[in-house]
Ligand binder design. Sequence first.
Ligand SMILES: Nc1ncnc2c1ncn2[C@@H]1O[C@H](COP(=O)(O)OP(=O)(O)OP(=O)(O)O)[C@@H](O)[C@H]1O
Ligand SMILES: [Mg+2]
Length: 154
Amino acid sequence: MEFLDELKKELDQELEHRRSIFKPNWEKYLDFDYIPKNPLHRKEEIKDISIKLIDSITQRITRNILIYGNPGTGKTMCFKIAMTVAEDYLREKGLENFKIIYVRATGSRVSQAMYDICKNLGINAPKRGISFKEYISYLEEFINGQDNLHSHMY
Ligand SMILES: Nc1ncnc2c1ncn2[C@@H]1O[C@H](COP(=O)(O)OP(=O)(O)OP(=O)(O)O)[C@@H](O)[C@H]1O
Ligand SMILES: [Mg+2]
């Protein structure tokens, strides 16, 4: 009992100490979904990606984007911010009929990414059991069934 009491006391002290040094809501800043409001030193990169996204949507030009860098240097952050910048810009210019979809396709999760894309577009594709090619067919059918629609995948 003595051991447990002592341990709890130490836990209390340790947790109290941690709370005193961390900023309030620190968990929020470590969440993988967190996007900083004032990203530092990445304006040019965000601008470049935004321009390419806007071009793709307005000019039907497929542009390649290669974002590279060490882990944690802000590749995902730059893309996500650029996505919002491009969306806001295009809406302000009166364009509404577009959609930018961000999905993760790591390793063997390509089918999951294809399913996510379909779901985002309101396409009723099965979650599993079909090939990459079959997902592409679903997308083709969707795109061909609408007037003046095009898609780009990066
Ligand atoms: N320039 C920056 N200013 C503020 N926060 C940043 C900056 N760059 C990265 N971060 C933050 O650091 C964390 C890691 O960034 P991010 O996930 O974008 O890195 P990544 O390059 O995509 O990493 P990985 O290679 O692991 O995918 C995120 O919380 C992100 O918001
Ligand atoms: Mg990343």
